[in-house]
Design a binder for this molecule. Structure first.
Ligand code: HPA
Length: 276
């Protein structure tokens, strides 16, 4: 399905007419991390099924609604439930929500995800500040910007040299110190999923410089940067990636880890929003 300006603007119009404020910060919540949306003050909820052309979340652990309101005094638009490529959507559909956020005036995007730890120093329950990403699915041709360039947002060939905003990273580090969180840092690799990686995949990704692995985030970050939106990325480490083939990875453990991760992510997001 081709995503046109008409589709994007129709969605922006529906949301605008339901809101009496303009969101400044967009937040995308990863698998098992939806609880963060419950912290939004004066919430206005838009179920995805009420939004024309909006892809539906089909995965357990993703509620499938937009929550607009306030967090730490900042006007936010929270995706409680993300859209993944492996659900059968095109990369343009996966990233449609980011386009709509941009049209609504969102300047900053906070992306969260659940990820497997490739770095042996990371453990389930840790949060990793994403410093950069390895873009395997998009490098292989699944880039969300393939197709006619949407000139209203940005150039045909957008720069990705500082995809993750350095000032926002600094604010996240400060928020971690204030909250007593041992914030890890590293490179996130985005794959298409939905199968988890083989041990050989994981050893290859480790050699390539990845610290954490997941099935999302990178497409949204590309579209955010194309439109000039600043990005902060936080990975909630849900499991150790299984480089030796001796343990299994399950969706249940990813969901379970969310319970430990949500309070940490909430503290970090709140700290960053307070400092903006
Ligand atoms: N691999 C890929 N995606 C994931 C993982 C993993 O180990 N954990 C959570 N999302």
């Amino acid at each position: 399905m081709q995503i046109t300006m008409e589709i994007i603007d129709r969605l922006a119009g529906v949301l605008r007419s339901g809101l009496d404020f303009g969101p400044r910060v967009g937040i995308i919540l990863g698998t098992g991390l939806g609880g963060l949306a419950d912290a939004v003050v004066k919430p206005k909820v838009f179920p995805y099924q009420d939004l024309p052309d909006w892809p539906q979340s089909t995965v357990q652990g993703h509620a499938g609604r937009l929550v607009a309101g306030f967090l730490e005094g900042q006007a936010v638009l929270v995706m409680q439930g993300r859209i993944h490529y492996y659900e059968g959507y095109s990369m343009a559909q996966v990233t449609l929500p980011v386009r709509v956020m941009q049209r609504l005036g969102v300047e900053i995007l906070i992306v969260t995800n659940a990820a497997g730890a490739i770095n042996p120093d990371f453990n389930p329950g840790d949060v990793m500040l994403i410093l950069d990403n390895l873009n395997l699915a998009c490098m292989a041709g699944l880039n969300p910007l393939v197709g006619p360039n949407l000139d209203a947002f940005g150039p045909r060939f957008p720069d990705m040299s500082q995809a993750y905003d350095r000032q926002l990273c600094a604010l996240a580090r400060q928020a971690a110190v204030a909250a007593g969180i041992d914030l890890k840092e590293g490179v996130y690799v985005g794959l298409s999923g939905p199968s988890f990686e083989t041990p050989a995949d994981l050893r290859f990704l480790r050699l390539a410089g990845a610290d954490a692995v997941g099935m999302s985030t990178v497409p949204e970050v590309i579209v955010a940067r194309h439109g000039g939106t600043r990005v902060l990325g936080l990975s909630g480490i849900s499991n150790k990636a299984n480089l030796d083939g001796n343990t299994m990875t399950t969706h249940e453990e990813v969901l379970e880890a969310g319970k430990v991760l949500v309070p940490k992510l909430e503290a970090l997001v709140r700290g960053v929003l307070r400092a903006l």
